[in-house]
Design a protein around this ligand. Structure first.
Ligand code: NDP
Length: 282
């Protein structure tokens, strides 16, 4: 689908803006959903204008106007959604059900990539109650896509380096700590984690490392006791840390039939070592 026309939804977000950039760089006619609700958000407006200057087509639409979504979808071949889903920020994953309805009605979409870009929700059925909702919501969207028989690709990007590597996975900063580091794990498991720099659809920079540095936090504190008297958002973040570093949930499985490992699909991509990545934080 080299010349496919792509509609990016959630284009002004952390992931979305990079998808727009990648789509334009690879010569795809790129449409950007421009929501009326953006209103006076000057940063978004300016970013959208920049996309337009770079060759994107701005298409007006709203999640509260079904026909506008159908009209936007009808103009393209592929829809990529990067709507926000991080629990400790806004939580809009289920809004995608409206997009699924629009894609179903339009009937022309050759591929839909919903907003995933994290841990594979189908492997997180056992997740701790706190923070589980995000995985559950992503599974609800998957089911709707599959029930509607829309061709799809799900991207499990695991842990973005910007969130997890730069700040050494501390929960209070995205910058590396200078004086003290919390150590995660139980001391018995090798903390294998999969990190990925921001996903840009066709070209990815992935790096995986055995993160021996982070090994013993949960050995000394019972997990439940950490969760006393903290903000719900922080609780959810701790739950992620638990699954990633204690359980090794991003690495302890075989991908299996129907899935592909991105580094095999894109062997030309240059890997970045963690120490190399961290140099920009010095
Ligand atoms: P952002 O919080 O940056 O938001 C993305 C976009 O969602 C916004 O810019 C906006 O786009 C749209 N949006 C926000 N609120 C609404 C609303 N009420 N109605 C409609 N659209 C809305 O999201 P991220 O880029 O951080 O997250 C995208 C995906 O990536 C999520 O699925 C998330 O779980 C995943 N992720 C994964 C990470 C990892 O480490 N693996 C880390 C961070 C995210 P616009 O205004 O342009 O319409």
């Amino acid at each position: 689908m080299s010349n496919s026309r792509i509609l990016v939804v959630g284009a002004t977000g952390y992931v979305g803006k990079r998808i727009v950039k990648a789509s334009l760089a690879q010569g795809h006619p790129t449409h950007v959903l421009t929501r009326r609700e953006i209103g006076f958000d000057i940063e978004k407006v300016q970013m959208l204008l920049t996309f337009e200057e770079q060759g994107a087509r701005l298409v007006e639409g709203s999640f509260s106007d079904h026909q506008s979504l159908v009209d936007a979808v009808k103009q393209v071949d592929v829809v990529i959604c990067a709507i926000s889903g991080v629990q400790f920020r806004s939580h809009n994953i289920l809004l995608q059900l409206k997009l699924v309805d629009a894609i179903k009605e339009a009937g022309n979409i050759k591929r839909f990539l919903p907003s995933e870009f994290g841990m594979d929700p189908s492997r997180m059925g056992h997740a701790l109650e706190i923070g589980k909702e995000t995985f559950g919501d992503k599974m609800i969207v998957r089911k709707a896509i599959e029930d509607a028989k829309i061709p799809y690709t799900y991207i499990s990007a695991n842990c973005f380096a910007g969130y997890f590597v730069g700040g050494l996975s501390q929960l209070d900063s995205l910058m590396p700590p200078r004086d003290r580091v919390r150590i995660y794990g139980d001391g018995n498991r090798k903390g294998m984690v999969s990190f990925m720099s921001v996903w840009v659809v066709q070209y990815v920079t992935i790096f995986m490392t055995s993160f021996d540095l982070l090994i013993t936090f949960f050995k000394t504190y019972r997990f439940e006791s950490i969760l006393v008297n903290v903000e719900p958002a922080i609780e959810a973040a701790y739950a992620r840390i638990y699954h990633i570093y204690y359980e090794g949930c991003t690495m302890n499985f075989e991908i299996g039939e129907g899935g592909e490992e991105a580094s095999k699909l894109y062997p030309e991509v240059r890997y970045t070592r963690v120490d190399e990545y961290l140099r920009r934080y010095l």
